[in-house]
Design a protein around this ligand. Structure first.
Ligand code: SAM
Length: 243
């Protein structure tokens, strides 16, 4: 049946994603800096600036991986707040936890293994959710966005930072060449893993463009959905509110 077909496809994607992130976990931070020339730090800084996170908030850094956003949120929410670093992959969670503990961030962070498609929280219980470079790895993105909407408090907001589509033809060609040729080669050299970085390039190409993702947020119930492009649209930050 069609349903059966979809299930097989989903399971395949989930185990492929699991393999990729088990494989890259230890080298993830180095590769991130290397592959983006450090620019991912600027994209993340901008995400934090748009997050509205403040003292006392309960924040979910979903698909949080090695915890770059969590580290900053931990400072912003203070002792009365809480940050949950949620990720499906225990290797990534472990690398993240070790890193944040080394930074002395211990008081207000929880590490929880979870699938974005079925968030383990009650309705209306989280102030802000961020998902940075995570959504494209999720099998059923609509289900994940609905789940995020459900657990957000009224007045809460969702931020999605993700690779997107550039409408500049020259930049697009350059970027394709970079993704499909240079990136896997760098993955091979630095992490001895070209396949994982080939997956990365393919998942970026398949990801919905800016307007499509905005529509998906609206369908899930988000209001005032909007986005801003970074680096010519190579990356976009989407934001939406639950009222
Ligand atoms: N947010 C971090 C950052 O920006 O550096 C990590 C991003 S990393 C590219 C993607 C993360 O998504 C991985 O840690 C992976 O395990 C996680 N992930 C993939 N599928 C997921 C799912 N269904 N639910 C939760 N996390 C998932």
């Amino acid at each position: 049946t069609h349903f059966g077909y979809k299930t097989v496809e989903s399971n395949q994607k989930e185990s492929l994603v699991a393999d990729v992130f088990h494989s890259v976990a230890a080298k993830y931070d180095i590769m991130n800096d290397f592959m983006s020339f450090g620019i991912h730090r600027l994209w993340k800084r901008q995400t934090i600036a748009c997050s509205g996170v403040r003292k006392g908030h309960r924040v979910l850094d979903l698909a949080g991986g090695t915890g770059d956003l969590t580290a900053k949120f931990s400072q912003l929410v203070g002792d009365t707040g809480q940050v949950i670093l949620g990720d499906i992959n225990d290797s990534m969670l472990k690398v993240g936890r070790d890193k944040l503990r080394d930074l002395g961030l211990v008081n207000n962070i929880e590490y929880v293994q979870m699938n974005a498609q079925a968030l383990p929280f009650p309705d209306n219980s989280i102030d802000v959710i961020t998902i940075a470079f995570g959504l494209r790895n999720v099998t059923d993105k609509d289900e994940a966005i609905r789940s995020m909407y459900r657990v957000l408090k009224p007045g809460g907001r969702l931020l999605i930072l993700e690779f997107s589509k550039t409408d500049n033809e020259a930049l697009s060609k350059l970027y394709d060449f970079y993704s499909f040729n240079i990136l896997p080669t760098m993955g091979k050299l630095v992490a001895n893993d070209s396949e994982s970085y080939r997956y990365l390039a393919e998942s970026i190409r398949m990801h919905p463009d800016q307007e499509t993702l905005k529509g998906m947020m609206e369908t899930a119930g988000f209001e005032q959905a909007s986005y801003q492009n970074f680096t010519g649209g190579i990356v976009a930050l989407h934001r939406g509110f639950k009222y």
